[in-house]
Design a protein around this ligand. Structure first.
Ligand code: 13P
Length: 268
């Protein structure tokens, strides 16, 4: 990593799609169509598909990271249906935490998400922490306050250096833009990324606030990724629906490669 140059990251969140029978082939196809220099690629399949995706990528393109979509905040115990960080050893090197669909469907709180972050980094998993406001919050002018509150709640007990060294990535995902086809204007997403960096600085992150990669997520496609990556404040995308389509991923990662090349050429 070049100091002062944030990496460009494209992460695929497959959500509750694919099966162990077809996930490996899809991962292999996406990997082969997104071989672009300078872009960090990650595929996050459902838990039961992690092994198939890991095997496919180990054999075809080990430069693509594998991520889980969640991790429990406890190490073990009576938590039916849940998956702990130690269980992910050898299966994943990244993990998404605090996705709005988990907040919505599983009632996850900032406090629990903070625990998930802790278990993730203890296990050597690179976390992608999701934050973002509901439509009502945005319309009421509270979008920044919401993201700030989520960051403060999730990061409260954490040591900045440890999180930064663990490679924390933040995904800003406005809830109203997820799976709706509604996207945010690129400059508004960039303003949120700047506000998130401001919040991190206020939480004591110092210089690291400017070095954490911030991704945009919410109905990203090959057709609109350019609008987000034209913004220097944004460092990539967390892609949902379009990440299941190799041609979409090829377009998204291809555009991300242009940003990565431009950043590299700007290094003195
Ligand atoms: P969509 O790209 O389907 O809107 O999903 C975004 C998302 O939630 C990624 O985590």
């Amino acid at each position: 990593m070049i100091r002062g140059m944030r990496p460009v990251v494209v992460a695929a969140n497959w959500k509750m799609n694919t099966t162990p029978a077809d996930a490996g082939e899809l991962a292999r196809t996406i990997a082969s169509r997104t071989r672009v220099q300078g872009v960090t690629r990650v595929i996050c399949p459902p838990f039961v598909c992690l092994a198939a995706v890991r095997d496919a990528l180990t054999e075809s393109d080990p430069t693509v990271g594998v991520g889980a979509q969640d991790v429990h905040q406890e190490l073990a115990g009576a938590y039916t249906g849940d998956i702990s960080a130690p269980m992910l050893a050898g299966l994943a090197d990244w993990v998404i935490v605090g996705h709005s669909e988990r907040r919505r469907d599983h009632g996850e709180t900032d406090d629990q998400i903070g625990g998930k972050l802790a278990r993730a980094i203890e296990a050597g998993l690179r976390p992608i922490l999701c934050v973002g406001e509901q439509l009502a919050d945005r319309e009421a002018g509270r979008a920044v306050d919401v993201a700030e509150g989520q960051l403060a709640g999730c990061l409260a007990e954490h040591d900045v250096d440890r999180l930064f060294t663990a490679g924390l990535v933040i995904a800003y995902e406005p809830v109203w833009a997820i799976g709706t086809g509604r996207t945010m204007v690129g400059s508004d997403a960039a303003a949120m990324a700047e506000a998130i960096r401001g919040s991190l600085a206020a939480l004591g992150w110092g210089e690291a606030a400017g070095e954490v990669p911030i991704l945009y997520g919410g109905s990203v496609t090959a057709a609109n990724i350019g609008e987000f990556l034209a913004e220097p404040a944004l460092d990539g995308a967390l892609v949902g629906g379009a990440s299941l389509k190799p041609e979409e991923m090829a377009g998204i990662v291809g555009r991300a490669g242009l940003t990565a090349a431009a950043r590299l050429s700007a290094v003195p």
